[in-house]
Design a protein around this ligand. Structure first.
Ligand SMILES: Cc1ncc(COP(=O)(O)O)c(C=O)c1O
Length: 374
């Protein structure tokens, strides 16, 4: 059997990793400023992460949600304390799309309403509800088409007001910072305005922090830069450093009902152990502060760079929009200088490195960039 080929792949096969370094099967060394799409939050193969997962695997790898699991309770307690939503409840699942799918369902169950307001260029995942709230017709099958999702431009509060006034909305869903779109931030005024409008029209505010959360922007969640509180927050990616997991934080105003949500694999022993190990490392190594510090360094290094048309983002969620003559730089960074980076179309390079990235590694990237853009 061959693979169902839906991905465009680089002809590189990493076989070993350590922090921000990768080795391919030929022994070539690369520096990873992409983290497998913002997933590697505490570095590849961090010793504490490896130890905790290995120990857990030797004790119990999996049991389903039919029995008590103290690891889930420990994770909820730790996460609540660290992220500042202590009084919220945690539902665990397996991916970002699944987290959003469950968030949309919870909002609809709670309000009894069917519609959702989303934003142009948004990306929320590929399952039915999440992809319907994703503004990209190319990845929506006819089966996913629904009149229940309405898109308006980001940062256009008047458009939001006009739509919500029509009634029937269970939720507004918004990314903390739009990632796949190319790193576009909602303004603080806009987010606070959304909060007010959601309250006015009796719908819930869902913050998709799947890419922008988990400390990446220099706060635990990106929306916390603006002092706004959401009713539901979704997370995944950096949460367990590559072990599949997703989480939904749910306001205490929303009451659970047995059977309302469910999953076979979600919240299993290995996933919770991986997520707890990530929180240990984030706290012990002050990684949120490091994300802010190295982000500031990159901003200073790139904001007036000759190849960069616009520097966008916060902390270690960075979009470098290239001037036209520099489109293609990403491949040169990879093949000539051995740096993995992300992209949004051909014109934007995205930096989504591990929160452990050192000053030295950041400087080596800037040096390599400057050398090929002279
Ligand atoms: C903001 C956002 N939401 C949701 C998702 C979907 O996550 P997953 O691929 O884990 O389903 C992504 C993935 O890139 C994302 O960036």
């Amino acid at each position: 059997m061959k693979l169902f080929e839906v991905y465009q792949l680089w002809d590189i096969e990493p076989v070993k990793g350590s922090d921000t370094t990768l080795w391919d099967k030929n022994g070539e060394v690369y520096t990873d400023l992409y983290g497998g799409h913002a997933v590697i939050s505490v570095g590849h193969c961090h010793p504490h992460y490896v130890k905790k997962l290995s120990e857990q695997l030797g004790n119990l790898g999996f049991y389903s949600n039919a029995v008590q699991n103290q690891l889930q309770k420990d994770l909820a307690a730790r996460l609540g304390r660290i992220c500042g939503y202590d009084d919220y409840a945690l539902f665990l699942c397996n991916s970002g799309a699944e987290a959003n799918e469950n968030a949309l369902k919870v909002a609809s169950f709670h309000t009894g309403k069917p519609k959702v307001l989303a934003f142009r260029k948004a990306f929320h995942g590929r399952t039915s509800g999440a992809v319907a709230a994703t503004d990209n017709p190319k990845i929506q099958a006819p089966f996913n088409e629904t009149a229940n999702i309405v898109f308006v431009p980001l940062n256009d509060l008047e458009a939001v007001d006009n739509e919500l006034a029509k009634g029937g909305f269970a939720a507004v869903i918004i990314e903390g910072i739009q990632g796949v779109a190319g790193i576009y931030e909602p303004t603080g005024d806009f987010l606070n305005g959304l909060r007010t409008l959601c309250d006015k029209y009796g719908c819930l505010l869902i913050l998709d922090e799947i890419q922008s959360g988990y400390g990446r922007t220099g706060k635990f969640f990106a929306h916390q830069h603006h002092g706004v509180r959401a009713d539901i927050i979704t997370m995944a990616k950096g949460m367990a450093n590559g072990f599949p997991i997703g989480g939904v934080l749910i306001s205490p105003a929303i009451k659970p009902v047995h059977g309302m949500l469910g999953t076979t694999f979600g919240g299993n022993h290995l996933a919770c152990t991986a997520a707890l190990a990530v929180l240990d490392i984030i706290e012990n190594e002050n990684l949120i502060e490091n994300a802010a510090k190295i982000g500031e360094f990159f901003e200073q290094a790139f904001k007036d760079d000759k190849a960069v048309k616009e520097y966008r983002g916060k902390g270690l969620m960075i979009g470098l929009e290239l001037k036209e003559e520099y489109v293609g730089l990403r491949n040169r960074l990879l093949f000539e200088k051995h740096f993995f980076t992300g992209a949004a179309g051909a014109g934007v390079i995205r930096l989504l490195p591990s929160l452990t990235i050192s000053q030295e590694t950041a400087e080596s990237f800037v040096k390599a960039w400057k050398e090929i853009t002279v």
